[in-house]
Design a protein around this ligand. Structure first.
Ligand code: MEV
Length: 318
């Protein structure tokens, strides 16, 4: 058996503005997808061991039970199996990342599957090759949509600064809390909405994007120095700017204000495309627990995370 795992990601600063060339900052998080493959003569089987199961549907006529999360994961895994011309294999997936939440779950599944399958076939791909193949496959499954950021973070881990190119940054890990609204997000429609707004009101949106890009750059030395009080302020400003271009929602606002209020967060903002999906919060002096409680009370699902964690890794050839 060969097992590989890869991390999910959060965008710390700069979402949407990055689409128009401004700088963004992303970090890998320690919620991972794990893929195990083993020989299974005569079939190709994809098994889900432990997913954050959600989105069941039951068809009374056919008696068929479908789990949206499993169906979604298998689409990505099938693309990898096709790419590597896999036969006679069982693939098992375990993931702690909710799907369609903006935490890079599809990228981590693709990257871990590419790593596990290629190694099982005796190939020794470089990280660069894993990132390139994974980006191409993720984009194909998503019908042309997708930036290389998620697959790069799932492959290399750590932090990435994204502008014209993608640059790794040496920064220390940080403890954060992710709050999931339970609403799926739709990157394509949120990006389209913002780009249309920019076309109509470029005199207003361009300076907002410039300010967001400046926040992404200002954040880097603050993370380096662990100046979390100021970092929190920058997160709040970034959230306000994102709300001003229409990508927040009542559900996201409720989590952001719960985190800043009872949760004692030093800063909170939506992460990723917005609309639904997730927000992130930087714990204050009272730590993580009040944040977890306040996000649950605001009807979100909280996850403790550490940013800047390790990229794809083989869990050992057993
Ligand atoms: C989505 O995680 C981040 C966006 O900026 C889109 C992108 O960069 O591809 C909204």
């Amino acid at each position: 058996m060969t097992t590989a795992s890869a991390p999910g990601k959060i965008i710390l600063f700069g979402e949407h503005a990055v689409v128009s060339g401004a700088t963004a900052l992303g970090g890998a998080i320690d919620l991972r997808a794990k893929i195990s493959v083993r020989d299974l003569p005569g079939s190709v089987l994809i098994k889900t061991e432990d997913l954050m199961l959600q989105g069941f549907s039951f068809d009374l006529t056919t008696g068929r039970l479908t789990c949206a999360q499993a169906a979604y994961a298998t689409r990505y895994i099938s693309a990898v199996l096709k790419e590597f011309d896999v036969r006679d294999m069982q693939v098992c997936i375990e993931s702690r990342l909710p799907a369609a939440a903006g935490l890079g779950s599809s990228a981590s599944i693709v990257v871990a599957t590419v790593a596990a399958v290629s190694r099982h076939q005796g190939q020794c791909l470089s990280l660069r090759e894993i990132a390139e193949i994974s980006y191409r496959l993720e984009k194909k499954v998503q019908q042309g949509l997708g930036s290389p950021v998620d697959t790069a973070l799932a492959t290399y881990g750590g932090y990435l600064q994204i502008s014209q190119d993608i640059r790794p940054l040496e920064l220390p890990p940080m403890k954060m809390v992710v709050g999931y609204t339970k609403l799926p997000h739709d990157t394509k429609s949120e990006v389209k909405k913002v780009q249309e707004l920019k076309k109509r009101h470029s005199d207003l949106v361009d300076p907002i994007f410039r300010a967001i890009g400046a926040l992404s750059e200002k954040a880097v030395p603050l993370i380096k120095e662990q100046n979390i009080a100021e970092l929190g302020q920058l997160m709040n400003i970034n959230h306000g700017l994102l709300a001003s271009i229409g990508v927040s929602s009542r559900e996201l606002e409720e989590l952001v204000y719960a985190a800043r209020g009872a949760g004692g967060a030093l800063g909170a903002k939506l992460t990723g495309a917005g609309g639904g999906g997730c927000m992130i919060a930087l714990p204050g002096a009272d730590g993580i627990e009040p944040l977890m409680v306040s996000l649950r009370q605001a009807r979100g699902i909280p996850f403790k995370v550490q940013t800047g964690c390790e990229g794809v890794r083989l869990e050992g050839d057993l």
